[in-house]
Design a protein around this ligand. Structure first.
Ligand code: NDP
Length: 229
């Protein structure tokens, strides 16, 4: 049986990853900040729902310590925006974004993928996959057109974490890939976004099933196509 770990699993894309992984028969270990309030997640019935705040190292360590299964797929999905951290609209530009808040977002959206992978390293092995849910805005090509320093740099950091993990874990047979999930209809993406959570999560999961070790270190879209760095 495939064991899959999903972070930020209580709503949005994370909840849909859990739903589809359960549907295909995976054992799912779900992390979220407030398990007691995660009613939609509880209703799906994953094997474990564990407390996890990816912005805090102790929380990541406690989460990892509660897992002793072999992990086949780790989906680093949890993420947030500068607005969610309290930044006023219009204050996130490269000429005015506050540095401390930008660093907070880099910790949550970017460095947490490294901490999660480190924490679960003993559970990962030959054939395991780490999927980092990044954004096209973390790309140097696409990000240049946006004026949101905290979010774009946080996802650029996640992209760098992806290629460095891919390099360091290649000898262990662990693959690490970054996915732009598309513009998805969630609380973050909004109701006008292009695609549903079903389409995005489904595309990412079926792409993961087709990837081989040679694909480690790639930046892909939800439909499996290559995204420019
Ligand atoms: P949502 O805002 O709908 O959900 C975000 C999830 O991340 C929630 O479960 C939230 O938990 C969790 N989360 C936020 N901060 C933390 C934290 N510090 N520790 C643990 N969990 C946390 O967003 P989406 O589902 O749309 O986004 C999923 C991922 O996809 C994110 O990484 C996002 O950046 C990325 N993405 C999304 C796009 C879109 O169009 N929707 C486009 C590009 C990338 P809680 O309920 O506790 O806040």
């Amino acid at each position: 049986m495939t064991t899959t770990v999903v972070t930020g699993a209580n709503r949005g894309l994370g909840l849909e990853f859990v739903r589809q992984c359960l549907d295909r028969g995976d054992e799912v270990i779900a992390g979220c900040r407030n398990p007691a309030e995660a009613t939609d997640l509880m209703a799906l019935g994953p094997a474990k729902i564990l407390s996890l705040d990816v912005g805090h190292e102790e929380s990541i360590e406690q989460f990892a310590a509660a897992i002793d299964d072999h992990v086949d797929v780790l989906i680093n999905n949890a993420g947030t925006s500068a607005t969610n951290l309290g930044l006023e609209p219009g204050s996130a530009g490269v000429l005015n974004a506050p540095v401390d808040l930008t660093l907070d977002l880099i910790r949550i959206n970017g460095l947490s993928a490294a901490s999660m992978t480190r924490g679960l390293l003993d559970c990962l092995g030959e054939g395991s996959q780490v999927a980092n849910i990044t954004s096209q805005i973390g790309s140097m090509v696409v990000g240049a057109r946006f004026d949101d320093l905290p979010y774009s740099t946080s996802k650029a950091v996640m992209n760098m974490v992806t290629v460095q993990l891919a390099s360091q874990l290649r000898d262990k047979g662990i693959s690490v890939v970054a996915f732009h999930p598309g513009w998805v209809r969630t609380d973050m993406g909004g109701p006008q976004a292009d695609i549903s959570t079903e389409e995005s999560a489904g595309g990412i999961l079926s792409t993961l099933e087709q990837l081989g070790p040679e694909d480690s270190g790639s930046f892909l879209r939800w439909d499996g196509s290559t995204h420019p760095w």
